[in-house]
Design a protein around this ligand. Structure first.
Ligand SMILES: Nc1ncnc2c1ncn2[C@@H]1O[C@H](COP(=O)(O)OP(=O)(O)OP(=O)(O)O)[C@@H](O)[C@H]1O
Ligand code: SF4
Ligand SMILES: [Mg+2]
Length: 345
């Protein structure tokens, strides 16, 4: 990229080191609307989840609908508070951030949502949308902000002249590029991307993913990248965390998760992906439907769909344990030899 205002405005190399973001034992539930005479109940959206993300690292978060992915994203953004546990950014508890520290956090951790249209005000043109965040966090004067907004639009593959156009004049993919430019405007060190391509046509998904990957490496962005699409996560992530009914089932490097999964749920997800059944190996088939998050199974929450469940699986909640360096699973059995479908032909 040619040296311009954008290159000064965005972070450069911050180096891999201590965690930038750390989530420790977070729990979050929601009250469900009371129905008839039934007692009030709660849904446990996230239960005892811990993870960390290093500077410049991409953690992929996968799981079926309702597994707690967006709840975790909102906890990390401090859009929600945990019932228990804590989220730390640069070693500081988010719950304790106030004033200038909170403002800095709001600038440093940015989010890209599934629906770019919902995050853009239809009455404001693109320049105004970007200017709004720059004025709040950037510290430049109006003329500098105008130049910077143009730089940002070019950086995400749009034109400087697009600055005067309104969101409805763009396609879904272009709108997601605008949302990304807006998120980048405030020099983030962390980007939380919640299903950033799942609302887009398949034909434009690859372009947005390539852009995110390019920006991630250019600016050494740490990312929490959420998707229910395993292929997308494999493309984007360094490490992967698999969630089921709000609990962590497996965490490992992207290669380990896709080639040597050690948790039956991960293996089942891989075998359920399109095209997997045509490949070699012994498929791991998931049984039945996902249970209601309001009434999860006892013991291992995955046991009603697990082909390897035993009676002990109904009694004890499996702790997350290390099966080899950097690879953890929550499964009581250590005698399973699971096969992955293997790489695409
Ligand atoms: N504000 C809320 N009020 C009540 N229940 C909620 C609320 N937000 C989330 N939930 C419930 O918490 C659970 C986890 O939801 P969440 O949106 O985090 O899942 P998800 O993995 O992002 O799903 P999806 O893939 O469909 O986006 C679900 O059972 C959901 O219905
Ligand atoms: S603990 Fe039991 S039910 Fe849960 S994943 Fe392991 S074998 Fe399956
Ligand atoms: Mg979600």
């Amino acid at each position: 990229m040619a040296p311009n205002m954008l290159s000064q405005a965005l972070p450069i190399d911050v180096g891999i080191g201590a965690p930038l973001l750390e989530v420790r034992g977070v729990v979050r539930s929601f009250a469900l609307p009371r129905s008839g005479f039934a007692p009030a109940s709660r849904v446990q959206a996230v239960t005892d989840v811990s993870f960390s993300i290093a500077p410049g690292e991409v953690l992929g978060l996968v799981g079926e609908s309702g597994s707690g992915k967006s709840t975790l994203a909102r906890l990390v953004m401090r859009l929600l508070a945990p019932d228990h546990g804590s989220v730390f950014f640069e070693g500081r508890d988010l719950a304790a951030l106030v004033g200038a520290d909170l403002k800095r956090f709001r600038g440093t951790v940015q989010m890209v949502f599934q629906d770019p249209y919902a995050s853009l005000n239809p009455r404001r043109n693109v320049g105004q949308a970007i200017d709004e965040v720059l004025a709040l966090h950037g510290g430049q004067n109006r003329a500098e902000r105008h130049v910077l907004a143009g730089d940002l639009l070019e950086r995400v593959g749009l034109g400087r002249s697009d600055i005067a156009r309104r969101p409805h004049e763009f396609s879904g993919g272009q709108r997601q590029r605008i949302a990304i430019a807006r998120a980048l405007a405030v020099k983030p060190r962390v980007l939380v991307a919640d299903e950033p391509v799942s609302a887009l046509d398949v034909s434009v998904q690859a372009g947005i993913l390539a852009l995110l990957r390019d920006l991630q490496s250019s600016f050494n962005l740490a990312m929490l990248f959420i998707s229910h699409d395993l292929g997308v996560v494999e493309l984007m992530a360094d490490r992967v965390m698999v969630l089921y009914l709000g609990r962590v089932m497996e965490v490992a490097s992207v290669r380990s998760v896709f080639r040597e999964p050690r948790h039956p749920y991960t293996a089942g997800l891989l075998w359920a992906a399109p095209g997997a059944r045509r490949r070699r190996g012994q498929p791991v088939l998931l049984k039945d439907e996902i249970p209601s998050p309001a009434d999860p199974p006892s013991g291992c929450v995955f046991r009603t769909r697990c082909p390897f469940a035993q009676s002990e699986c109904a009694q004890s909640v499996p702790p997350l344990r290390t099966v080899r360096p950097g690879h953890q699973i929550a499964c009581l059995r250590d005698d399973l030899a699971l096969e992955a479908p293997g790489p695409h032909a």
